[in-house]
Design a protein around this ligand. Structure first.
Ligand code: BGC
Length: 504
């Protein structure tokens, strides 16, 4: 009896001690050294991009924001990876031609996509810009110029045997969508779903067949967090309390549902099998201090609201924001997903801070841990978390998974950090697959450097560098070759792993 008591006390002391915190957090890679199963031949290997980040400016809410920042000289940030509300970091360092043309993808896409193919990729994820198809308010039909733009890109994809995954909403919307109607703007307008449906329908009518894999929404929760709480993305609002965002989450779920049904019904009518899902930004949220019960509690709460509540709604048809108790059934939503998309970048820490509006803060890395590897945006790198998330997501939903983004900000030409990031993360994905998780594709973020939203052009995510000041010249980084090797070898061989892992 006494012995049992003693074991319990020692166990509890250990559990709450800083030592246990260290032991738990220092697991960087999944501990496995045996052989790993090869990735199947029909797996999609590619890269992901988004319209506003690489294409020339069109009349979107983001374009207006970009122009306004430049005109008002709002170029600041609060440090690496800490965008300042209403600013675009160092935008003023880049000339008009770059601000307008972004990466000049409009002219260089044949070159970019051919390069992707040459380096072994068999697929490509991009987003269709709503404002390119419907640049003006009240248009009954999509612009033929806009339609042509993507037809040409799709042609080049076809020529290069790149299977396409297209996203319908990746943060930017037409500027006219933000004109007030009955006191509401954007996604809150009473006619928002109708307007979005018109765009989705145009996509279905014109591109179905050439596109068979659709992602309705990119990271809806990130969008709401950045746009309505932090004020760093348009519409630049700071509503103060995450609980107030519940109706907006519902609206995003409805937009997903509308798009899903339109695409599926066109697919069925034309007998074209298509896959439709959405993609969620998933981080590991960990307590900053493992011994601190409140840190642990908050980390779980943040994870729930940020990751699972939205996905759960697709499973059940009911949106339940656990943080607030808000619940709403959304008729027609249940099971409107053929797959779950996951975007994974690393881990964040949650620390109780009673002085902050929500009594906690989210930290992008652990300042106490000098050895923690992080990206140039200060985001903690955590490959083991990728494995954990894949396992958990599959366990919860039993849906096929596509990794629609995974990448790291590293601007070096010999981008060692990205090379190790690639082998370590893809190996974690393989381990999860080996244990039964049904992952069907991996899209690296990103093919080329691009406009990183409020971080401006400074954060570099490309396997290929864009030399903005030298006529947008493309320069392949070392990691492009590493990715090719991984694809050729159907995953990360022991050799590749030993050579590239932890070099960063
Ligand atoms: C977004 C991308 C972005 C990337 C890197 C994701 O949250 O979908 O648009 O560039 O992260 O920050």
């Amino acid at each position: 009896m006494w012995l049992l008591f003693l074991i319990l006390v020692v166990g509890l002391v250990f559990f709450f001690s800083p030592i246990s915190f260290r032991i738990r957090k220092n697991i960087f890679l999944t501990n496995y050294s045996g052989p790993i199963k090869e990735i199947p031949d029909n797996f999609l290997w590619g890269c992901a991009t988004a319209a506003q980040q690489i294409e020339s400016q069109t009349p979107t809410d983001w374009t207006i924001f970009e122009k306004k920042c430049y005109a008002e000289k709002k170029f600041e940030s609060l440090g690496a990876g800490k965008p300042k509300a209403g600013h675009i970091h160092r935008l003023g360092d880049y000339p008009l031609v770059v601000r307008q043309k972004k990466t000049n993808f409009d002219e260089l896409y044949p070159q970019d996509l051919t390069l992707a193919r040459k380096y072994g990729q068999n697929s490509y994820r991009f987003s269709l810009d709503w404002a390119r198809l419907f640049p003006k308010k009240g248009m009954k039909k999509p612009s033929s110029q806009g339609l042509d733009y993507y037809h040409k890109i799709l042609e080049v994809c076809k020529k290069n045997k790149l299977t396409v995954s297209a996203t319908l909403f990746h943060f930017a919307t037409p500027a006219w969508f933000w004109e007030e109607l009955d006191g509401k703007r954007g996604w809150e307008r009473n006619d928002a779903l109708e307007l979005f449906a018109q765009f989705v329908e145009a996509v279905a009518v014109n591109y179905l067949g050439d596109i068979r894999h659709f992602c309705t929404l990119n990271e809806p929760i990130v969008y709401l967090y950045q746009g309505y709480l932090e004020g760093v993305f348009p519409p630049l609002e700071r509503r103060g309390d995450p609980q107030k965002l519940a109706p907006l989450v519902v609206r995003m779920l409805e937009a997903h549902k509308v798009a899903y049904h339109i695409l599926k019904s066109y697919g069925e009518r034309r007998n074209i099998p298509i896959e439709v899902g959405f993609t969620q930004h998933m981080r590991r949220f960990e307590p900053y201090r493992n011994w601190h019960a409140l840190d642990r509690f908050s980390a779980k709460a943040v994870e729930q609201v940020f990751e699972w509540d939205f996905c759960d709604a697709l499973k059940t048809g009911v949106y339940h924001m656990h943080m607030s108790g808000f619940q709403q059934e959304i008729p027609g939503l249940k099971d409107t997903w053929d797959y779950l998309g996951i975007n994974y970048y690393g881990r964040f820490y949650v620390k109780t801070n009673l002085l902050k509006p929500f009594a906690f803060e989210v930290l992008p890395h652990d300042v106490r841990n000098k050895r923690e590897r992080k990206s140039e945006l200060g985001w903690a790198i955590y490959p083991h978390g990728f494995y954990l998330i894949l396992k958990e997501a599959y366990e919860r939903y039993k849906k096929p998974i596509y990794i629609l983004e995974n990448g790291v900000a590293d601007s070096a030409d010999d981008d060692k950090l990205r090379q190790s990031f690639l082998v370590e993360h893809i190996r974690e994905m393989q381990l999860a697959m080996q244990e039964g998780v049904d992952v069907r594709g991996y899209f690296h973020w990103s093919l080329i450097d691009n406009f990183e939203w409020a971080e401006g052009f400074e954060a570099r995510f490309g396997l290929v560098k864009v030399d903005y000041m030298n006529n947008f010249k493309r320069i392949a980084r070392k990691s492009l070759q590493v990715y090719k090797k991984i694809i050729q070898e159907k995953g990360v061989s022991q050799e590749l792993f030993q050579y590239y892992s932890q070099q960063g």
